[in-house]
Design a protein around this ligand. Structure first.
Ligand SMILES: O=C(O)c1ccccc1N[C@@H]1O[C@H](COP(=O)(O)O)[C@@H](O)[C@H]1O
Length: 207
């Protein structure tokens, strides 16, 4: 079964909907560079709507360590998700399990960077280019998804209800991560799109 993370949530009703539909994780974007930014206090209120056994992820991008400490203290996420140029040592410094996003926009050239994060709990392969911001809705060549890495791989970038089934069949990820593909506008999730997305993932037979 492919796990599902819904990211970029800013409203309690969207967290509740993701939980009701059986998403495995929710992500809160905690970088001010994003239109989906929620501050630590707002994210903590959203977290109160997260039920038991659903994972809460805080997404950060080249933040000051002090801000990340604040996120950890106020939100208490289960995991951090790093989207910038952070090194493995920097990501691991907080003693919290972490996901590292790898920009796959350059294609095969990006694959070497997947080896740079041995302490990551999972690697998130996103469609944007190096130095570009994630959440772009850009997809990459799913056939590049490696099969020889120890860590679970999350597939992200431009996924929608209409393409996620094919993406899973080609890339065979541990999980899929979606943001813009289930939105009506940045940070505002669309009930129908989220329902269709989760149904489409569940419709793919397990390997
Ligand atoms: O969502 C954002 O605004 C964002 C900003 C900075 C870094 C990452 C961001 N989003 C993450 O990118 C992936 C893919 O998103 P999409 O489905 O292509 O829109 C996902 O993890 C988003 O949360």
């Amino acid at each position: 079964m492919t796990r599902i993370k819904c990211c970029g949530l800013t409203r309690i009703e969207d967290v509740q909907l993701a939980a009701r539909l059986g998403a495995d994780a929710v992500g809160f974007v905690m970088t001010r560079k994003s239109r989906r930014f929620v501050d630590p206090a707002a994210a903590a209120r959203l977290r109160d709507a997260v039920p038991p056994f659903m994972t809460t992820v805080a997404l950060v991008m080249d933040e000051d360590p002090g801000f990340i400490e604040e996120v950890l203290r106020v939100l208490r996420p289960d995991m951090l998700q790093f989207h910038g140029a952070e090194s493995d040592a920097e990501c691991a410094a907080y003693g919290v399990r972490y996901l590292k996003a790898i920009a796959m926009g350059e294609g095969a050239g990006a694959l070497a960077r997947l080896r740079d994060y041995p302490r990551a709990t999972g690697l998130l392969l996103d469609g944007h280019g190096l130095g570009e911001q994630g959440g772009s809705g850009r997809r990459f060549d799913w056939s590049l998804m490696p099969t020889d890495l120890a860590q679970p791989l999350l597939l992200a970038g431009g996924l929608t209800a209409d393409n996620v089934g094919e993406a899973i069949r080609i890339a065979r990820p541990w999980a899929v991560d979606v943001s813009s593909g289930i939105e009506s506008s940045p940070g505002i999730k669309d009930r129908d799109k989220m329902e269709r997305f989760i149904s489409a993932v569940r419709a793919v037979p397990s390997v």
